[in-house]
Design a protein around this ligand. Sequence first.
Ligand code: ADP
Ligand code: MG
Length: 585
Amino acid sequence: MTGKPGATAKTAGGEASSAANNKKAKRPAWDLKGRVEDMEKELRNRGSKNTALEDMINTNNDRIQSLESLNSQLKGTVAEKEEQTSEASATIRQLKLKLQESEDELATSTRRLQQKLEDMEHSHTTLQRKHTSLEGDFAASTQECAGLKATVAQMTSAQAGVQAQLSATQLNLQQALEAGKLKDEEIAQLKDAIARHEATIEEKEAKIRDDEGVRRKLHNTIQELKGNIRVFCRVRPLLGEECAHGEEIQHLNFPDDDGKVLEVDKMAECSLNESTINASRRGNSKHEFQFDRVFSPTSTQQDVFDEISQLVQSSLDGYNVCIFAYGQTGSGKTYTMEGPDEPDYETMGMIPRAVQQVFDTAQELTDKGWEYKMEASFVEIYNETIRDLLGSSSNKDVKHDIKMVDAKKTSEVTVTNLERPIVTSQSQVSNLLKKASHNRAVAATNCNERSSRSHSVFCLKLSGNNKLTGETCQGTLNLVDLAGSERLSSSGSTGECLKETKSINKSLSNLGNVIMALGNKESHIPYRNSKLTHMLQNSLGGNSKTLMFVNVSPTEDHLQESVCSLRFATKVNQCNIGTAQKKVK
Ligand code: ADP
Ligand code: MG
């Protein structure tokens, strides 16, 4: 840019002067020389002007070049700046993001702090409340403390009184100690006396043991005097339907206070052979039956048991006892022997009561040196076949025979293959009874109800051993629920039922025959004529005791069967009287 403005101005000035020259002196056409000179002058002007213009162009080119380089320089700068700008905006975005995060964090912290502040405010109020209550407590304590102070003051004054009392007591104690010494001497004397008494007691206990032997003998004598065969009659109450119409028992009376007579009215209505009846008023329709005891419908199981408990005692004393329940089906045999289906303390039957007495007495006798072992068995005799009611139902096919064994030189009858659990508790016995009734139910046939068509024999074998005296005893208690005694006509029966009927009739009549043969002291007793008497051979006759319950239904419908039962029982009872009279002589 060296520019040549002066040249440009000079050129412009040169043109101006030539123009002035042209105006000043216009050469005449002839003056050629002048004119050539002018033209040459003009040419020269023009050349210098051209040079000036060329210079100007060069100068301008230079300037254009420098401007272009300046332009490209500026473009680079612009690109650089743009790059810087995009970097800056990326940074700005990042910073904005960070700013957002920081703001979020700040909000969270603010919330947390807010929460803490609230918690602290809450704690503050709680503490304030506590503070208030503690202040209250403090006030109360202060008050209490004041009260205690007053009490202490009172007690201090009381203590002085106690102190005085203490001295008095100490004095008394001194006196008591002296008295104690005297008592000690007395105690020593008493101990001497006790030792003497203990020796006496021992003597007496030995005497009691001897007396137990005497008691056993006397008890047995009494039982023999009462008769080794006894018959009790029990009339059950009217039940359910039977008394639904307000009916009362009118044909059966209990006239005497001793409870030994049963008076039967309307006897005339029964076709009976009167000669077999122990009738006191012949020609009248009233007849009296006499037994060792007659139990009216109001008698309880306990009343009945009171009368048989002496026989249970005999079994513990080493005698064999048989208790039978005889009577038609529904007359109360099973109720008497076992009790109702769901027995309670009041209604439980003779079997559980007898077992209870055996347990209780055996326990009492331990003081006198006796130890007892008790073995139970329970069988059913159906159609002259023995079945173990305590056996497991899987052993149905086991056969049971009656065999003689020689035990201690006395031949004893025993049934083979029987379960004979040792019993130690009443609950165990009730479980055995339940098992037995279950086993009987399982065997029920489609004939008559099996339990009323079979005999059941519960047997308790009692072995006693006296460790002090060396004595031993063996007793048996048999409780027999006989098959129903109702007379079944065998004419209508066939097959199984006929066999059943025959075997019941046979075994019941044979039982009567055996008892009567025993009462008559006959040389041959037909024990083997039926399974029942064969099995009970050892417990019938000899020194054994037999009791028969004749169970009677109170309804008039059953009068005929009742009279049959009473007649059977009367026959048995007559043997009894015979035996007793013999013993008295
Ligand atoms: P059996 O065994 O002679 O066939 P049950 O002992 O089964 O007769 O008695 C028949 C019904 O009479 C049973 O429902 C029984 O509970 C009831 N029963 C029997 N004797 C009495 C009694 N003394 N007191 C109350 N209910 C009795
Ligand atoms: Mg029965």
